[in-house]
Design a protein around this ligand. Structure first.
Ligand code: FAD
Length: 269
């Protein structure tokens, strides 16, 4: 949709060109959310497309995902790598509700910075021990583990003016086996529960998203029993279960328990 209140669009090419992103400004990535609903009070956009950040940089250390990497490009990388965790790229990219047209434009950075509970790039990057590189407005940068990046629906640890530059997935995490499960209230609805599990020689990790207001992540050094996994879900505080038109909290908790049991069976059974 048109955003008639926008008065200025900046197109920086280098870090030195970046204007301050104040209260009435927003970083523009793919724009699939920014242009999907009215943005009252927003008067300026800072378009990140011209920064020219590499989308995907595989190396011996792992994979660096540029914040402006289109979700479809990450999905396509899966076929070109032999990381055991690569099938999770495909599953999580396809968990985005929206056609291929949205996935071709929507970015990994935009998805995690928007931080909807159903953000599949959050599920992926938390499950694979991602670390976000954040540019501060004073020219310095800091690292944030993705497990702590999102604090609630559309809330992150980014301070005013901070910018997500990239997310690093370590090689060790990419070498783990992974599996995921998704549940929606309707056949093609937004994720109401999206779980990713990884396993490596008995070490098991579970990431719960979409059913909770922020990602909930836990790792067990040795294979947990079904009962231990169930107890972990039981212990998730009531305030963390998400409640909106895509599912009631009790149903989301029930589905989370059921999908976690399926993941336990698939990776450890
Ligand atoms: C039909 C449809 C279906 C959708 N389905 C889903 C879904 O299933 N799950 C889901 O999570 N979302 C969904 N969305 C919402 C949205 O399209 C996605 O979250 C998308 O990934 C956002 O990425 P973008 O690059 O388009 O972000 P933009 O719209 O450009 O930006 C989103 C937000 O992130 C901020 N931002 C972007 N990049 C950065 C950065 N590098 N640093 C700091 N802040 C930044 C922007 O300022 C803005 O506040 C859907 C949208 C549509 C239209």
């Amino acid at each position: 949709m048109d955003l008639p209140e926008i008065r200025a669009v900046a197109r920086p090419r280098t870090r030195d060109d970046l204007p301050t992103c104040g209260a009435e400004s927003a970083w523009l990535a793919g724009g699939t959310w920014l242009f999907s609903e009215p943005q009252p009070g927003l008067h300026a956009l800072i378009d990140l497309a011209g920064m020219g950040w590499p989308a995907l940089e595989p190396s011996a250390a792992g994979l660096r995902i540029g914040a402006t990497c289109p979700i479809a490009s990450l999905e396509a990388l899966a076929a070109a790598t032999d990381w055991p965790a690569a099938p999770l790229f495909v599953g999580c990219c396809r968990a985005l509700l929206g056609s291929f047209k949205i996935a071709a434009v929507a970015t990994v950075g935009g998805n995690v910075c928007l931080s909807l509970p159903a953000a599949p790039m959050l599920a992926l990057t938390v499950a694979l021990d991602g670390v976000a590189r954040v540019w501060r407005p004073d020219g310095t940068e800091r690292e944030v583990p993705m497990a702590g990046f999102t604090t609630g629906p559309q809330r992150t640890v980014l301070a005013p003016g901070e910018l997500l530059r990239s997310i690093d997935l370590p090689d060790a995490a990419l070498r783990r086996r992974g599996a995921m499960r998704q549940a929606s209230l309707t056949a093609h609805g937004r994720s109401a529960a999206l779980l990713v599990a990884t396993e490596e020689t008995g070490r098991f990790a579970l990431t719960v998203t979409a059913s909770t207001v922020r990602p909930v992540h836990a790792a067990w050094p040795a294979a947990p029993s079904r009962e231990a996994l169930d107890a972990f879900i039981t212990d998730v505080p009531a305030s963390l279960w998400h409640d909106d038109v895509h599912g009631a909290p009790a149903w989301r908790r029930h589905m989370t328990r059921r999908l976690a049991a399926e993941l336990h069976q698939e990776l450890l059974g």
